[in-house]
Ligand binder design. Structure first.
Ligand SMILES: [Cu+2]
Length: 319
């Protein structure tokens, strides 16, 4: 213990306080509590509502809540480190001409016990918080595999299949005849199930403002849920390096009113009906090498050879 030293060193916070020396530990503690309370309030109430990914959807809002909680817990820790460093630099710096060594320190039971108790409590509390957030709806936007534990309670869930391929996203709407489109439109306040898959390599469907990020693996269906809470556009990116034009693999989706969505979906279903017939039937995964009807389809569209052969751009006989 530092108190066993023959003469308590001035400036050491855990030493017996010599005459004329302020109680540094107490001063630091009071200062730390004051700045921590202010800091926590600022982080949670002022900064919190601006933290990513925003609150455009239920899953985004859940993720923002997690970041607010974690940011608020981290604030006293961060302020404690900075405050101690600033205090030490200001009050415990070596005086001019003082060449002596600092006093040896042999530990401080009170500080050590407090340190172990506080850090253990923080880590265990965060483990409980993180587990609860994972097993409840908070994990919903993260791509939960083909058999997710959590599913939305509502019986009317809009199904949107997300298909990644080098280097574009397309979307199929099985409840509207299974049309496929490069446009992603979603209705406001209605739960959506994304069924994410890929035709070639591994991609990752990242609808940033919706707080949805799900791996797109060939031959696998990966489900993610959200409910859009605000109208507007959001960015869709590929978040998995997938080849030369990975960086260009982005577009914009939009959230519109339920009425506008119904109009758009029904119109698109009608407009694309002749093309939808040529697509493989809607399925949770696709084998891109299995295009059974391609020859027939190309003939129907007037670009195939007379015998139903495949279109060859290098063949001068073909248009
Ligand atoms: Cu990609």
């Amino acid at each position: 213990m530092a108190t066993e030293a023959p003469a308590p060193p001035p400036g050491a916070p855990e030493a017996a306080v010599p005459a004329g020396e302020p109680r540094h530990g107490l001063r630091l503690l009071v200062l730390w509590i004051v700045v921590s309370v202010i800091g926590c309030l600022l982080v949670y109430l002022v900064w919190g509502p601006h933290l990513p990914p925003g609150h455009m959807s239920s899953s985004a809002a859940n993720q923002q809540f997690d970041l607010r909680v974690l940011g608020t817990i981290a604030t006293p820790v961060f302020l404690g480190v900075v405050l101690y460093m600033g205090y030490a630099l200001t009050f415990w710096r070596a005086k001019d001409g003082d060449e002596t060594d600092g006093p040896p320190i042999h530990g401080n039971a009170k500080i050590q016990l407090t340190w172990i108790a506080v850090t253990t409590t923080i880590v265990l509390a965060l483990a409980v918080f993180g587990t609860v957030e994972l097993v409840t709806v908070q994990g919903a936007g993260a791509g939960e595999g083909p058999q997710p534990i959590w599913k939305p309670g509502s019986s009317t869930v809009l199904q949107v299949q997300v298909i990644g391929q080098q280097w574009a996203w397309t979307y199929r709407y099985p409840q509207f005849g299974g049309f496929e489109t490069p446009q992603l439109e979603l209705p406001l306040n209605e739960p959506v199930q994304f069924n994410v898959t890929s035709l070639d390599v591994i991609h990752s469907f990242w609808a940033y403002q919706l707080g949805v990020k799900a791996d797109a693996n060939p031959g696998v269906n990966n489900a993610a849920y959200t409910t859009p809470k605000h109208a507007g556009s959001f960015v869709v990116r590929c978040a998995e390096l997938c080849g030369l034009w990975h960086g260009a693999m982005f577009d914009y989706g939009k959230v519109v009113s339920p009425a506008a969505f119904q109009t758009w979906a029904q119109q698109t279903e009608t407009q694309l009906a002749s093309l939808t017939k040529t697509l493989p039937p809607y399925a949770m995964t696709y084998d891109p090498t299995d295009i059974a009807n391609l020859g027939k389809v190309l003939v129907q569209l007037g670009i195939g050879g007379a015998g139903g052969g495949y279109y060859n751009p290098n063949d001068p006989e073909q248009p």
